[in-house]
Design a protein around this ligand. Structure first.
Ligand SMILES: [Zn+2]
Ligand SMILES: [Zn+2]
Length: 266
């Protein structure tokens, strides 16, 4: 298995050194990792600047690659924070850097950075989830240059929510529309295991959404820990893998040079 969602010190909110991340990946029997540092611009409410020097990161990888030869593949990716008005800039960054893998994530709604909590103020749960899902819908309909949709349900984690489930049955139309578009475009969704490390205790998206994706004919799924420190690389992958198998998935994917590579689930 590959951990397809990891942040190195090239993300300002991560403390994971690339070499440490690689060593943990080997310890956890992974075949590879994809570094998906954040690229994110024009946000309100974030003190970070998410604009990594990807050329320097490439150099860093090349400098340590010999240590992991035949043991671990180290691939270069990005997690873009999609916003409709920065689409052209995103396309340019992606074209310039020849990534193996692009995750399209929603971390903001109308520029407001979700994780700082303000987004939740004076809204019902219904509004919080619906507005967020609308942004994902825009990302999959208005944008093409991505491989998987990141953590559908990220918004469940923050704020003062009374219900952190974002159940499929409560938002069936919009979630169905998102999943159908993903499948139509031959893209995939990621199963983000970071929820097992916090209050959610489920992956993001939760299994009810993954079940619908399968029902609609979705095949491309990647697994990611969303690690911001090296210790959590590959976290809870066994639990998630077994559940995916139970749901009828035969393969887990990772991407190289923007092409999906499938590994049979055993
Ligand atoms: Zn994210
Ligand atoms: Zn991430």
């Amino acid at each position: 298995m590959f951990d397809c969602h990891t942040h190195s010190t090239y993300s300002p909110d991560s403390i994971a050194k690339i070499e440490d991340a690689c060593n943990t990946a080997i310890k956890n029997n992974l075949s590879g990792i994809i570094l998906t540092d954040h690229y994110e611009i024009d946000l309100i409410g974030s003190s970070y600047i998410f604009n990594p020097d990807f050329a320097k990161r490439k150099q860093d990888i090349e400098n340590i690659e010999h240590k992991f030869k035949n043991k671990l593949k180290i691939l270069e990716g990005v997690e873009i924070g999609f916003q409709p008005h920065i689409k052209d800039d995103l396309i340019k960054i992606i074209q310039k850097n020849n990534f193996d893998f692009v995750i399209a994530s929603i971390h903001s709604v109308q520029k407001e950075f979700i994780s700082n909590g303000k987004y939740y103020e004076n809204k019902t749960n219904q509004e919080i989830y619906s507005n967020y899902l609308q942004e994902i819908y825009k990302s999959v309909t208005e944008f093409n240059d991505f491989d998987v949709v990141g953590h559908i349900g990220y918004v469940r984690r923050y704020g003062n929510l009374t219900d952190r489930n974002m159940n499929f049955k409560d938002y069936p139309e919009i979630i169905n529309a998102i999943l159908k578009e993903v499948i139509k475009k031959n893209k995939g969704i990621e199963i983000n295991s970071s929820g097992y490390r916090d209050i959610l205790q489920t992956p993001i998206p939760n299994y009810d959404i993954v079940t619908e994706y399968k029902k609609l004919g979705g095949e491309i799924i990647t697994l990611g820990s969303d690690s911001h420190s090296h210790e959590t690389i590959g976290h809870s992958f066994e639990i998630v893998k077994n559940r995916l198998k139970d749901l009828g998935f035969k393969y887990i994917a990772h991407f190289e040079k923007r092409e999906p590579k499938f590994t049979k689930i055993i």
